[in-house]
Design a protein around this ligand. Structure first.
Ligand SMILES: [Zn+2]
Length: 170
């Protein structure tokens, strides 16, 4: 999402035609880039089932979501995934493999940017399942009976779950 002012010197930017194009400041010469924001999530798998959480907050409130979230500054995707799993589900997990990296877009309340989403296949090794503040429920879904696509939060998650199903069967 484009800036209104230069983050370096505060000069007002002229309006841009393309919302994600780099913005060069006419005053100080600094260029601002609008990179994708990194995220990480976990496909917690056990006995051919995967754990999904019901979102209690926008965007996609009331839709099934894969546990995960935005990375903190300097955080490795694997570490961020483990932190988010602990926060959202209370579970400790062990990484089996990286499923892949998926692009998406996030738009809410004036925020609009691209996301770069890392997904790990993991298995639970401890902890006690409990819902966090931003989660209203969780459920183990059979790999063969996942929620309908219009009940799944975020476009890329539909592809992630399809890829997981193929991987688990392969
Ligand atoms: Zn400037």
């Amino acid at each position: 999402m484009a800036f209104n002012f230069c983050p370096n010197c505060g000069t007002k930017y002229l309006a841009r035609a393309k919302p994600f194009a780099p913005q060069k400041c006419a005053q100080c010469g600094r260029t601002s880039y609008h990179n994708s924001k990194p995220c990480a999530g976990a496909l917690i798998v056990k006995d051919q089932r995967v754990l999904l959480v019901l979102r209690a907050v926008e965007p996609f409130k009331g839709c099934w979501d894969i546990p995960g979230g935005f990375l903190e500054a300097g955080e490795h995707p694997r570490a961020g995934m483990l932190r988010e799993v602990k926060e959202e589900t209370g579970l400790a997990v062990r990484v089996i493999e990286l499923l892949g990296v998926y692009m998406d877009r996030y738009a809410l309340d004036g925020d609009d940017f691209f996301t770069l989403n890392h997904y790990y296949i993991v298995e639970p090794i401890g902890g006690t399942l409990r819902a966090a503040d931003d989660v209203s429920a969780y459920r183990w879904f059979s790999i063969d009976a996942l929620p309908r696509e219009n009940e799944i939060a975020f476009e890329h998650a539909k592809i992630v779950l399809r890829d997981l199903r193929e991987r688990q069967k392969g």
